[in-house]
Structure formats: C-alpha cells, structure tokens
Ligand binder design. Sequence first.
Ligand SMILES: CC(=O)N[C@H]1[C@@H](OP(=O)(O)OP(=O)(O)OC[C@H]2O[C@@H](n3ccc(=O)[nH]c3=O)[C@H](O)[C@@H]2O)O[C@H](CO)[C@@H](O)[C@@H]1O[C@H](C)C(=O)N[C@@H](C)C(=O)N[C@H](CCC(=O)O)C(=O)O
Ligand SMILES: Nc1ncnc2c1ncn2[C@@H]1O[C@H](COP(=O)(O)OP(=O)(O)OP(=O)(O)O)[C@@H](O)[C@H]1O
Ligand SMILES: N[C@H](CCC[C@H](N)C(=O)O)C(=O)O
Ligand SMILES: [Mg+2]
Length: 490
Amino acid sequence: MRADKLIQSLKFKKVSMAIDSELDIKLLTQDTREVVENSIFVAVEGYTVDGHDFVTQAVEKGAKIIIARKPISVSVPVVYVQDTNRAMAILADVFYGVPSQKMRMIGVTGTNGKTTVTHLIEQIYRDLNQKTGLIGTMYRKINDTVYPSNNTTPDVITLQRTLAQMKQEKVDTVAMEVSSHALVLGRVWGIDFDIAVFTNLTQDHLDFHKTMDNYAHSKSMLFAQLGNHYTESGDAKVAVLNFDDPVARTFTQFTSAQVLSYGIENDEAMIQAKNIEIKSHGTEFDLIIFGKTTHITMQLIGLFNVYNMLAAFSAAYAAGLDEKQIIKSLEKVTGVKGRFQLVPSKTGVSVIVDYAHTPDGLLNVLETIQDFAQKNVYCIVGCGGDRDKSKRPKMAKIASNYSDYPVFTMDNPRTEDPNQIMADMLTGIPENRATVIMDRHDAIAETIGKAQPGDIVLIAGKGHEDYQILGREKVHFDDVEEATVALNKK
Ligand SMILES: CC(=O)N[C@H]1[C@@H](OP(=O)(O)OP(=O)(O)OC[C@H]2O[C@@H](n3ccc(=O)[nH]c3=O)[C@H](O)[C@@H]2O)O[C@H](CO)[C@@H](O)[C@@H]1O[C@H](C)C(=O)N[C@@H](C)C(=O)N[C@H](CCC(=O)O)C(=O)O
Ligand SMILES: Nc1ncnc2c1ncn2[C@@H]1O[C@H](COP(=O)(O)OP(=O)(O)OP(=O)(O)O)[C@@H](O)[C@H]1O
Ligand SMILES: N[C@H](CCC[C@H](N)C(=O)O)C(=O)O
Ligand SMILES: [Mg+2]
C-alpha cells in the first residue's frame, strides 16, 4: 500500500519530513523483531519496555516511517501523534483493508466461558458448511488451520492481519474472545462487531483493573463499540446479554444496538433455560425461546455450560440462523479441550481436567461435580503468579469447602516465588486442611495413585495448557498427559 495514502488515514499528526509518495509499504508493525525492508514501525510504550527505545534498530532493519509520540532522532520521516496505540489501530484497519467490515464479527466477553462460547458458535457455523474464523486463548483458527495465540485477544496489528487472512480465505463468520485487557488497551479499536456477547462478570484480573467497577467498565466498552444500524429487515447490531448477571443491566445503557437477553433465573430474559437436570454424561433442560419450549439434551456437563449454550444459541439466533439447526449443532458438541475434559480411565477413578482459574470457575466446576459425585472428590489446584493475588485465598477456600481432599500445587508461578503463592492460598483455609505438593507432576501422580474406584479427581487451572511457566521460561507440562501416565500405573 502507498505510504502517503496510508498515513492520510491519520487525520491529526505532525510529520517531521516529506514522505516519499512512491513508497510502497510492505509491513506495519509495533515490534522491531518483525521489521523488514519498507516497513512502518509504530513505537508503543509497553509495560516492560518502550518501543521508542527501539526506533534506531527499526530503521536499521528497513523501517521507512516511524510513528511516535515522543521526540526521536532518526534518518526517516517520523509521524508524531498524540497516542500511538490509537494511530496503530487506525493504520492497521486501513492497511489490512478494513476486514472486519466484510465478515460477520461475533465478539464474546466476560470473565468465564469465552473460549467455550466461541467454540460453540464456530461449531454452529461449521455445521452449516460456512467458512469460519476463531480467535482466542487456545489459538487463532482459520477454517481447519490453527495458528498459535500469545494472548486471548491479540494486539491490534496481529488481529487485523489475522482478519485480513480470514477474509482472503473466504471466511464468512468470525467468533472471537474479547478480553478486558484488550478492551482497555485498545486492541479491538476499529473492529466492526455485528454481535457482542456477554457471559458473566466475577472476580479476576484485579491486579490489572484494581476494582470490580473498573473491570465491569472495561467489559461495557465492547457494547459501546457495537454501534447501531437499524434496517427494515431487522438485520442489525445485537448485544447478547446474560440477564442473570446484574451488571448486564448497566451494559444496556452503553449500547444503542438491539438487545437479546438470555438467562435461567431472570424471567424477563427472552431466551431461557428451565427444568435443568445435570447428569454425569450430559445435561438436559427446556430451552424457551420467546415463550416456545424445546427440550434439549446436550453432552456438555454443568449449569455453567447451560449458560454457555444459551449464550451461543442467542448469538446464532441474533445472526438470523434457524433455531432447529442451531440446536442440532449444540446437542452434538462434545466439549472443548481442557474444559471439563474427562481423561480416559479403566480404573474406576474419574479424572477431570478443567481450566477453572477463577473463584467462580472453580466453584461452578466443583458444584457440578458434587451434583453426581458418589464417593470422594479430590481437587488439585494452584494459582498463577503475576496475576490477581486476591483470588488465591478465595480459590483455596472453595477447593476446601467443595472437595473432600484439596491438594494445592503450582500453576504457572511466572516470576513470583511459588512458596509465597502457596502461602497466600493457605491463608484462605484452616491449618492442615489441604495437602501441599508443590511439584504438579507429583501432585497428580500421588493423588491419582491414592484415589479409589468411584472417586473423582479434578485437576483445575491449566486445562488445554501444555506448559508450566517458571520464571520467564515455559517448560512442557500437560495435565491430561500426566493424569494418563498416573492412571496407567494403577
Ligand atoms: C499487560 C499486557 O497486556 N501486556 C501485553 C503487552 O506487553 P508489554 O506492554 O509488556 O510490551 P513490552 O514488551 O513492554 O513492549 C512494548 C513495545 O515494544 C516493542 N518491542 C519490544 C521489544 C523489542 O525488542 N522490540 C520491540 O519493538 C513491543 O513489540 C511493544 O510494541 O503487549 C504484548 C504484545 O502485544 C502482549 O503480548 C502483552 O501481553 C502479556 C504477554 C500478558 O500477559 N498479557 C495478559 C495480562 C493479557 O493481556 N491477558 C488478556 C486476558 C487473558 C484472559 O483472561 O483471557 C489477553 O487478552 O490475553
Ligand atoms: N459460563 C461460565 N460460568 C462460570 N464458569 C465457567 C463458565 N464457562 C466456563 N467456566 C469455567 O471457566 C473455565 C474457563 O472457561 P473458558 O476457557 O471457556 O473461559 P474464558 O472466559 O475463555 O477464560 P480466559 O479468560 O482464561 O480466556 C472452565 O474450565 C470452567 O471451569
Ligand atoms: N487468561 C488467564 C489464564 C490463567 C490460567 C492459569 N493457568 C494461570 O496461569 O493463572 C490469565 O492469563 O490470567
Ligand atoms: Mg479464553
């Protein structure tokens, strides 16, 4: 793309010297490690380093224009703007050809359930033989091809680049997770969402947001960004809201889009689930769509998955899909990797690997297990380092209250001292209530070794993750693999 045309998209700027109008820009990036000949480098002030400190390196590698906020001295034109994050969002959208305007964009936000709901939505569209895109915690996926994810919601350049590739590969519908960090840090600025879905708001990420009010406010930004457009056919932007969560009410004030509400408790919800029966192999309930009842038998387990199913159903319904088709897909879905995943076992001991890493997530999973547990429940759990410290005693207390044998261990200590994380957890429970086995391998091996037929072992916190983050290093670690080895030794 021609440099002068691209830079024109930034309305307010100061340019240090004339930009060569013939210059053909090959790449837009905020990371010097990606810069190639004829790139534009955007200097972003991060949490650990400042992109402005890398501009000379960027020019040496071939950057021909620098976007900056602070005065810098380089041999190429510098475009000075007030906010490089905002400039980056604008440039990325234009550079990649405004891809989000050309596909159906479904954004899912909320503390828990985003990965699950986006996968359910993807499945619905795949069953209709549509081409799909998925962006989230586990990966970025274009039809059948999977690309790695560093964040639940990528930085705006990676995001727009991914969307452009999706468009090129003829994707019709994109289901993406929108994290609260992304909303605050402007990673989704410029994305033209058609449908925005809210799952729930419970405690997480207070290290970043500080208060639950700030956290709620960050989530509301997705609904504010949704915009509106009303057509005679009713095809419109839709906010899909869980009305059982009190914060959803406030979101209605932030959006001018049409609202589709779902819920279990709240009888005002337009899409409801009632008469729920949770079993060890699935969940049955009545789905009530604007007063009309259909009985559903889904393979996903737990009340929380009824919410996820309602969210996915409502999103697809909002997009105008046939309700019978949607239900057919949702009844077929067997689950998402690392979410209430049952590890194959011939021993009579049931092992469940689940990504619960928040107090609410852990509570939901343990309550679900208690619904069908016959004998002892073991709960192996740890808390992440460099993350919300105040979740630690709460998660410990929930593990202690809702399992017979809580076993506390490590979960991605990152740069923190694992012993301190453990000490924080232990403040939440009476002394000696939990067994502490710091090494996660030993925790899994010993617990499964001890469990008797009929017992259930929940391994919580890491789900699909195939690593343990120790310091800044990632080493291979997979709960399902570890559990399989332990079960085979029984
Ligand atoms: C707090 C936060 O969100 N940090 C994100 C941020 O990192 P940062 O601010 O530390 O960046 P930095 O390393 O200081 O770099 C600043 C700038 O210098 C550039 N740079 C840096 C080094 C270099 O050699 N050359 C260079 O150009 C970088 O590309 C960047 O533009 O920008 C990075 C690149 O976009 C992100 O990967 C990183 O996410 C980190 C890994 C992270 O852990 N984020 C978590 C808190 C997060 O975002 N989580 C949410 C929610 C998860 C959920 O619950 O679902 C998510 O969406 O993932
Ligand atoms: N609707 C829900 N309500 C409460 N807890 C849930 C819900 N859905 C899933 N969970 C719990 O949260 C865990 C994570 O689910 P999922 O990966 O779908 O959420 P997420 O929002 O994508 O999480 P993250 O923020 O880490 O990306 C699950 O393993 C389960 O324990
Ligand atoms: N998206 C979440 C994942 C947490 C997973 C858990 N295993 C941990 O490391 O705390 C986060 O980055 O906070
Ligand atoms: Mg996720």
